[in-house]
Design a protein around this ligand. Sequence first.
Ligand SMILES: NC(=O)c1ccc[n+]([C@@H]2O[C@H](COP(=O)([O-])OP(=O)(O)OC[C@H]3O[C@@H](n4cnc5c(N)ncnc54)[C@H](OP(=O)(O)O)[C@@H]3O)[C@@H](O)[C@H]2O)c1
Length: 218
Amino acid sequence: MGRLAFVGGTGAQGLGLALRFARAGEAVVIGSRDASRADEAARRIRTAVPGAVAEGLPNLDAITCCERVVLTLPAPALPGFLDIAAGRLANKLLIDVAVPVTLHDGFFALAPVPGAPSAGELVQAVVPSARVVSAFKNVPAERLQDLDAALAGDVILCGDDAAARAEVAALVAKLPGLRAVDAGRLANARYLEAITALLLNLNRKYRARTSIAIVGLD
Ligand SMILES: NC(=O)c1ccc[n+]([C@@H]2O[C@H](COP(=O)([O-])OP(=O)(O)OC[C@H]3O[C@@H](n4cnc5c(N)ncnc54)[C@H](OP(=O)(O)O)[C@@H]3O)[C@@H](O)[C@H]2O)c1
């Protein structure tokens, strides 16, 4: 399948996912604006996961060498990155993890995404040929990064390409404790993102690290 790239993979969510996928046997490439930060994050993965195949590269090099790219940038950074990277992202599997939220007076709320109803739909609009799947938006980074912690809950997937959703579901199946739930159309991404705003407010209220599980699907 080739390597799995993480744009902005030096951050909490990208590094957490990369650690988990490296432990699951995926070869990972950590992208960063800064080559030395990318190297350092890749080294952390190789140290935490003996035998891991992990390399650090500048973001644009990371996406060039991988057909599967996880976008783990802060939502406000997405439009600018997509502008410069759209050509290189064409036709790739893009896993969008971004959640556009703001925090005011101790309350998390969804932030508007310029030109689209959700971050996932923005990615698809800017790179129409890409196979975009929104995923992992409700999974907390702290738990992903703690390799001793068991993962639990559902990863809701949405995207307009059924084969791409199936590909991401197969990736989720490599992470013990997580279950992929195929939600269908990418237009669901706006609801996934809203759920994360709720989870963040719950986290503040209960000093917790919440995620979600869907009941009633059997
Ligand atoms: N944290 C969570 O629990 C969680 C859960 C679900 C979804 N998410 C989503 O996952 C994404 C990443 O979250 P995070 O907590 O890992 O974010 P983060 O740590 O704030 O940022 C991730 C990385 O993005 C790069 N970056 C930061 N600002 C940038 C800019 N203006 N332009 C280009 N690159 C920039 C940085 O890498 P370099 O400096 O190395 O380039 C940074 O390490 C976000 O969209 C978030 O909403 C997070």
